[in-house]
Design a protein around this ligand. Sequence first.
Ligand code: CMC
Length: 428
Amino acid sequence: MSQSAKLNCGDVELEVPVIEGTEDEKALDISQLRRETGLITLDEGYVNTGSTRSSITFLNGEKGILRYRGYAIEDLARNCDFVEVCYLLIYGDLPSHEQLDEFRSAIHSHTMLHEDMRMFYNGFPRDAHPMAMLSSVVSAMSTFYQDALDPADPEHVEICIHRLIAKLPTIAAYSYKKSIGQPFIYPENDLTYCENFLRMMFAVPCEPYEIDPDFVTALNMLLIVHADHEQNCSTSTVRMVGSSNANLFASIAAGVCALWGPLHGGANEAVVNMLTQIMDDDGDVEKYVAMAKDKENGFRLMGFGHRVYKNFDPRATIIKAACDRLLEKMNIDDPLFHIAQQLEEVALRDEYFVSRRLYPNVDFYSGVIYRAIGIPVPMFTVLFAMGRLPGWIAHWKEMHSSENKRICRPRQVYTGENIRDFIPLSDR
Ligand code: CMC
């Protein structure tokens, strides 16, 4: 017999069913709560709130487990190509050879931007943040493909998916080229996803560009480990916007904006800025640890802590090992990597961080790899967005196919004024 809990609210006793997931996670189903008792739940920051059932990603923060569609992140990062992982997340299974070829060629046929879309970049200031450009251009895709925006039409959805995955690297690379005043480099469809992106970022028309296979490997791994993370802030945003039946481009543009914040994807940029600040401050790591502990200060160690991971972040473990390998192979002695390691050592011994179970997260070492590849700091979060795109799409699709789909509309506990007599302006 399935479990339930009993809730006594005044005269009413409510039997609350316990829902079980496939990994023994349990949740109280409070969907009848307001109808039966007149009460709602209050859970600021949704710390205890499950917003949906989902079969895309499983993570266990205590044990440091992360799996996409049942596959361990370590296996996927070691063995897969990012496009394969996109397929896995969006369609639920690893693709066969034929399925993967078909998916790749669908993506290849959409890598270019409409020439009119390139004109947007002329309107942005030179120093515009690339995340702002990314969300604007993704949102503007709704204006170019008006004939295929219906969330209820599987063919429309499919072509939107191909367009997004194909064009995001092009949009991202153009944002960078705009910021440094270089000509845009058109995509080259013979290249792999990561090769093509690196070429669009770093090639110039007047010189040959050689793609470094180590950079491709590192970038591929980074995109994979960022590809999904269940109901995080940006994914929940995509689902929330999509729940109103807004089209896929509009929903993804909203996700990009949510990701930009420094408490979420923007942390990778904030980490490198923080490490640079520490380096410029004579490498005084202890000082910054003390500042992070000082509640009056408001400073936080960027790249530390996680809402769900309370032991270690498996993505950080993979990234740190890759970072070690890449720097050694390239014979780079990056002072920021040393500071990051020192900071980690100091913080992991410190009672403040230990008792709060604050560990380096995915963003702590990723910036060191991006730097080694030559990616400029403002582009770090854009890379996160490129990685997270298949996760956003998978969740948007899952939400639309759910039989329980409803518009997301939380309630509130009102704490404002009670009704007041209106005072005309002349008497105020
Ligand atoms: N430095 C110093 N103290 C911290 C930090 C930190 N990075 N993170 C959390 N704390 C403290 C916090 O002050 C609080 O202390 P107390 O209990 O004394 O009030 C306690 O730890 C719990 O923190 P919280 O803010 O209630 O935790 P949260 O689950 O709401 O926030 C977080 C999670 C990731 C936003 C937060 O740890 C943080 O701000 N970290 C730095 C930003 C960062 O690296 N973000 C990237 C997250 S991973 C990538 C992603 O998913 O986007």
